[in-house]
Design a binder for this molecule. Sequence first.
Ligand code: PLP
Length: 459
Amino acid sequence: MHSRELLTAAADHAASFLDGVPERRVGPAEIEPAVLRAALGGPLPDGPEDPRAVLDALVAAAGPGLMVSQSPRFFGFVFGGSLPAALAADWVASAWDQNAVLYVAAPAAAVAEEVVGGWLADLLGLPVSASFAITTGCLLAHATGLAAARHHVLGRAGWDVEARGLGGAPPIRLLANGDFHVTLARAVRLLGLGTDSLVRVDTDAEGSMDPGALRAALAAGDGPAIVCAQAGEVNSGAFDPLDEVCDAAAEHGAWVHVDGAFGLWAAAAPSHRQLVAGVGRADSWATDAHKWLNVPYDAGLAFVAHPDAHHGAFSASAAYLPTGARDAMDWTPDSSRRARSFTIWAALRSLGRAGVAEMVERCCACARRFAEVLGAQEGIEVLNDVVLNQVLVRFDDDDAATDAVVAAVQAEGTCWMGPTTWRGRRAMRISVSNWATTIEDVDRSCAAILAAHGPTPAR
Ligand SMILES: Cc1ncc(COP(=O)(O)O)c(C=O)c1O
């Protein structure tokens, strides 16, 4: 079959899926892994199969196991959906099959990457001189920022970590927001720094780092130090006081890395920008495009205020590799890689500065609506200060009752959100990060949640 026919069939399948998304039950069908294994599995076929038959078989087999995280009423994790322009760009990027490893291998992808790096630094309030990398996600963005940090702080101690490794190196102290995201620890493990070197700095009730505790922790030791701050705690959405964090770090010559997987996007919305005051003073930043920028999976973003450290951590040369314009492999842990820059470029072009701000602000307004509607009901408590897009809701002040409401909401299918434990208490965790979510979606979802909780009089 000619590619055009095959790709048209793929577009039809995709459009049929997307057409159904707004009204489709949110969440996967109740399907056992064994059913999916039977549909997708079996022995490796001995011979070839017609591509169209393969496509149709994939759609039929995978369909029942798809999570409809594209839905405007999907509030689980912090996923985001995909903007139409970004999705379309992703398709052509697949067709172009560019290897964005080197400028010479994919010139347009390399330049698009340079361009989006500048646009994003501007949008997110970061120094325009910062270097930049597109990664698979925030975990690898942490690894990128922390590799640059490791290079820098050990370099100042006279240790070339890229050449000598970590054996015998001066120990690095990592002073992290005590409620750090699990991916930070994984990046620390990957870099060989060891999770034992992570010192948890006290946070307040919302999960925001106590700058006094940070000062004390910094003063309690010496030698190379990296402060791991947070813009947007994964449960509560809380922000560290970044100006004060940077002041404290500067007094001790420590590097500041910011986990802003979704919270960094507050900088793009005038109404929320104050939450990240001081963010531009940090040394490295990690965030995602696949979350709040709503590009299709996957795309993470790392920025580093010290391009030399960033380049020093990753650059490599080999006789057959040309050097010239910006080669992405000098800035990321990857070598061969997908041209994610096209998707990000399309998302930013389709929204513009005002569109990104509106999307972030609408998501935050939706989160506040959840808190207002649910928090007004007897027996329902909002546990966090809803400063961004995260809402933590507890039912009947009881762990089992809360889990039961979450399970009932998931089973009913109007919307989907998961549970969490916050400060020792179970909670429903609502994250609003989809470009398509409206106040009407929130109201429908609240009605479903209230029905799952059972009839209770308004306060
Ligand atoms: C605060 C925070 N940091 C890091 C991550 C990890 O992001 P990724 O899954 O893109 O690696 C997340 C994901 O939810 C997050 O919320």
